[in-house]
Ligand binder design. Structure first.
Ligand SMILES: O=C[C@H](O)[C@H](O)[C@H](O)COP(=O)(O)O
Length: 226
């Protein structure tokens, strides 16, 4: 069961959290299990402070009595545990399936370590089967979409409940169907060159560790060589 694989990976990652740490809380159905496990350990006496990558994760953390601190009080984040939509052998990622990629990237960029937790379906040889989420400002988004299409993808504005999905930041998510991505760094640079693009879901060279849970109950750990 995928659910059990996700939980296995998440529980394994949470073992790395120690007293006194500042912890980044990821977003999504796998990060959910990490937050629940952190809540369990906090109830047992673990002393940490946390920051969240989405309103949803913050609400979950608060409900579990995990101390959330304002970003202004945080210099660096010791470790962030987050999920991913795809991860390749170099630990490059596609994230943003839940629409939280911007806050996730901001938090990851200020984290000493980024641990990704996933079930085995997320590991790929080459990124791109999962459409790349791109956060776009609503203003003139039709023009931004044309520039995205010119990069060789089919851009689709994400919908939710029959209306355009909005991120926690009030922006749109455009799911870009590129197919196999052969030059992740080049694509990342091209996306950043488009005015109107706030951020993209390629996390290149950011993850330190990938913990994959398998349906037979085993865990595989990949560590970045960077
Ligand atoms: O925006 C959402 C995040 O990037 C998630 O971490 C990602 O979509 C993976 O989510 P899940 O663990 O639910 O597959």
């Amino acid at each position: 069961m995928q659910v059990e694989s996700k939980r296995l990976a998440a529980v394994e990652a949470v073992k790395e959290i120690k007293d006194g740490m500042v912890v980044g809380l990821g977003t999504g159905s796998t990060a959910y299990y990490a937050i629940v496990e952190i809540g369990r350990r906090v109830a047992e006496g673990l002393r940490i402070r946390a920051v969240a990558t989405s309103v949803q994760s913050e609400e979950l953390a608060v409900s579990l009595h995990i101390p959330i601190v304002p970003f202004a009080e945080v210099e660096t984040i010791d470790v962030t545990i987050d999920g991913a939509d795809e991860a390749d052998g170099a630990l490059h990622l596609i994230k943003g399936g839940g629409g939280a990629l911007l806050r996730e990237k901001i938090v990851a960029a200020s984290s000493k370590r980024l641990i990704i937790v996933a079930d085995a379906s997320k590991t790929v040889v080459r990124l791109g089967r999962f459409p790349l989420p791109v956060e776009v400002v609503p203003f003139a988004h039709e023009l931004t979409l044309r520039k995205l299409a010119a990069l060789g993808c089919e851009p689709v504005i994400r919908q939710k409940d029959g209306t355009q999905f909005r991120t926690d930041n009030g922006n749109l998510i455009v799911d870009c169907h590129f197919g196999a991505i052969h030059d992740v760094e080049g694509l990342g640079l091209s996306l950043h060159g488009i005015p109107g693009v706030v951020e993209h879901g390629l996390f290149i060279g950011m993850a330190d560790k990938l913990i994959v849970g398998h349906e037979d109950g085993s865990i595989r750990v990949l560590t970045s060589t960077r």
